[in-house]
Write a new protein. Structure first.
Length: 321
C-alpha cells in the first residue's frame, strides 16, 4: 500500500500516453506549435506496462489513461488490454476529447476499458470551434453516442467561461441528464499556457445559475473524488471541481505519469522524478523505489488557493489535467 506523509492512501495513477493533441483549446494549449517530444523519448507501451505492474502490485486500484489526446497514440487498445489482462479488477478509465472516439469505442470496450471522461464545453458548433481551434462538435457528439452504444460509462466535464459558454451550463447539463451521463463543472484553472483573456466561473456563480432552474441538496465530497457533489430532487447528480479550495486536496489519492516517464506527485507542481531509466534497464526495484519516493514527497496541497496563490506553469497537455 502506498501512503504519503499526510496519511493519504495513494491508489490512483493517471498515465499520459502522449502530449500530442488534435485540439488547441483556449484554456489549455492555444499557442502550442505542432512540435512534439520525439517518439524515441517516449516510453513504449511495453515499458509503461512494466511500471503499471509495479504500481498495481504496490496498491494502485484505479488507472486513467490520458494525454494530450490518448487516441492519437496507435494501438492504445492493446495497451489497455495488457493492463486489464494483468489485473481485471482495476478501475480502468480514459479521458478523451472524443474526436476519434466513434471509430475506437468498441475496440476500447473489448480491451477492458470501463469508463471515459469527455470534455463538452458547448453544444454550439461555432463556440466549439472557437474553443478548440477547429470544427469538432459533430465528431465529439457522435463519439459520445457510440461510447454509450457499446456500453462504456460516460462522464462529462465542462469548463464554464464568462462570455464564451457560461450561458450553456443548463443546456449541457440537460444534454447529459437525458443520456444518464454525470457532469462535472470544473472551475477554470489558471495556467501560463492558456489564453490570457479567459475568465472562469467560481462555484458560487455556477450554483446561483443552476438554482434558478433546479432545487438540489449539497452532498459534499464522495470519497477521494475532487468533485463537490449536489443531488437534484429527481435524483440526478452533478459535481463541481474547485481547485482553489483546500478541500480539493484533502483526500487526494492521485499521482501522474507522463509519456516520457516523469512521475509527478501533484497536478500543480512541476517537480517530478523519472522512472524511465530504471524501466529501460529492467530495474523494477529501482522503479518501485522512485514510486515510493514520489508518494512520500507528495505535497499537502497545491499552490492555487489563498492570498499567495500562483499561476501554474504546469502544461496540462503533458499530464491530462
Amino acid at each position: 500500500m502506498l501512503i504519503d506523509s499526510y496519511d493519504r492512501i495513494v491508489d490512483y495513477l493517471r498515465v499520459s500516453v502522449t502530449e500530442r493533441c488534435n485540439f488547441r483549446c483556449t484554456y489549455c494549449m492555444p499557442e502550442k506549435p505542432f512540435s512534439w517530444v520525439p517518439k524515441e523519448n517516449l516510453l513504449s507501451f511495453e515499458e509503461l506496462f512494466e511500471f503499471m505492474k509495479v504500481a498495481i502490485d504496490e496498491g494502485v486500484k484505479k488507472i486513467r489513461i490520458t494525454g494530450g489526446e490518448p487516441l492519437l497514440r496507435e494501438d492504445l487498445d492493446k495497451f489497455i488490454a495488457m493492463i486489464y489482462s494483468y489485473e481485471p479488477s482495476i478501475d480502468l478509465a480514459m479521458t478523451t476529447n472524443a474526436y476519434l472516439l466513434k471509430g475506437a469505442a468498441q475496440r476500447l470496450k473489448d480491451a477492458g476499458l470501463k469508463r471515459i471522461n469527455v470534455s463538452i464545453d458547448t453544444l454550439k458548433p461555432q463556440v466549439a470551434q472557437d474553443i478548440a481551434g477547429k470544427d469538432v462538435l459533430k465528431n465529439v457528439l457522435e463519439g459520445v453516442e457510440e461510447a454509450l452504444k457499446v456500453g462504456l460509462k460516460v462522464k462529462v466535464n465542462m469548463v464554464p467561461m464568462q462570455g464564451v459558454n457560461s450561458q450553456e451550463i443548463i443546456d449541457v447539463l440537460e444534454y447529459c441528464k437525458q443520456r444518464d451521463m454525470s457532469i462535472r463543472f470544473i472551475e477554470y484553472m489558471e495556467n501560463h499556457h492558456a489564453k490570457e483573456s479567459i475568465k472562469g466561473l467560481k462555484s458560487k456563480e455556477l450554483l446561483d445559475l443552476l438554482s434558478q432552474k433546479y432545487e438540489f441538496s449539497d452532498d459534499g465530497f464522495d470519497g477521494a473524488s475532487p468533485s463537490h457533489y449536489y443531488t437534484m430532487k429527481d435524483g440526478y447528480r452533478f459535481g463541481i471541481i474547485e481547485p482553489y479550495e483546500d478541500d480539493f486536496c484533502q483526500k487526494c489519492n492521485r499521482i501522474r505519469l507522463t509519456a516520457e516517464g516523469n512521475l509527478i506527485p501533484c497536478l500543480y507542481f512541476d517537480e517530478a522524478m523519472s522512472i524511465s531509466e530504471s524501466i529501460k534497464k529492467g530495474d523494477i526495484k529501482g522503479a518501485a523505489l522512485v514510486l515510493k519516493e514520489v508518494v512520500k514527497n507528495k505535497p499537502e496541497k497545491n499552490r492555487w488557493g489563498g492570498e499567495d496563490g500562483e499561476i501554474s506553469s504546469r502544461a496540462f497537455y503533458e499530464t491530462g489535467g
